[in-house]
Design a protein around this ligand. Structure first.
Ligand code: ADP
Ligand code: ADP
Ligand code: ZN
Length: 220
């Protein structure tokens, strides 16, 4: 069975995490979200977490080597497909990932990038109203609210604002995405392995479009 690898790209707040989660549920593929992995390390106060936190709270990228070590650990899981959310974010990370793929998977593996296209203006609006739970579930006050105000539907935990979802930090994260992350899309575009999705639609509609496009490509 060929392994499928879908890499979500998009600015912070474009809905990558939300869509990666829905796609993982739909396909049974494993989702690897480096942001979630870092937040778990920070919560557990590991050495890597303490280091990464210094960068993350300023909206800067965590060091490449720390990031790749988390990814390598996650790739040891057994799965017929992997969904990346928030990785790779630098040219170095993309190169490392291709080396890992060439070692871990057979030649007929299919690697696609999926770009969720959302304007900077919409991103700022969304992140201002993002609320999260320690269990990893993500909400939006207007578009994807919890059933009870301030409380997670899944685990009953108290919702909070991510400490990098502050206006100044958001502006910096957007710059970092346009400078370091977005140019990586060229690599996939040149090989006709770039799927573009309009991210300024309802969550369910975007999910349906993603499923449709993956079916067209016979990935699912
Ligand atoms: P990312 O992982 O790209 O940073 P998230 O999936 O966390 O983005 O989404 C950012 C915020 O926007 C969250 O509050 C989420 O609930 C909300 N959101 C996600 N997709 C949509 C959408 N299509 N329309 C409106 N809000 C959305
Ligand atoms: P978003 O897409 O909403 O910005 P993520 O949850 O994907 O957020 O990431 C949060 C933060 O974690 C990033 O701003 C960055 O500091 C760090 N991070 C996540 N993934 C990576 C990565 N691949 N390389 C370096 N830093 C990362
Ligand atoms: Zn929860």
């Amino acid at each position: 069975m060929p392994k499928i690898i879908i890499i979500f790209f998009g600015p912070p707040g474009s809905g990558k995490g939300t869509q990666a989660e829905l796609l993982a549920k739909f396909t049974g593929w494993k989702k690897i979200s480096t942001g979630d992995l870092f937040r778990a390390e920070i919560a557990a106060k590991t050495k890597l977490g303490v280091l990464a936190d210094k960068y993350i709270k300023r909206g800067q990228l965590a060091p490449d080597k720390a990031t790749i070590s988390l990814v390598e650990k996650s790739l040891k899981q057994k799965a017929s497909g992997f969904i990346f959310d928030g990785f790779p974010r630098t040219r170095w990370q993309l190169k490392e990932l291709l080396v890992i793929f060439s070692k871990a998977f057979k030649k007929n593996d299919r690697v696609y990038a999926l770009e969720v296209v959302v304007s900077d203006k919409e991103v700022k609006q969304r992140l201002g109203q993002r609320r999260v739970c320690a269990c990893g579930k993500v909400y939006h006050l207007a578009y994807n609210p919890p059933i009870d105000d301030g409380v997670c539907d899944i685990c009953g935990g108290k919702l909070f604002i991510r400490n990098d979802d502050k206006p100044q930090v958001i502006a910096h994260r957007l710059k970092v995405y346009h400078h370091d992350g977005e140019p990586l899309l060229d690599y996939f575009k040149k090989q006709s392995k770039l799927i573009k999705i309009n991210g300024e639609q309802a969550i369910k509609k975007i999910h349906e479009e993603i499923v449709e496009k993956l079916k067209e490509l016979r990935l699912i």
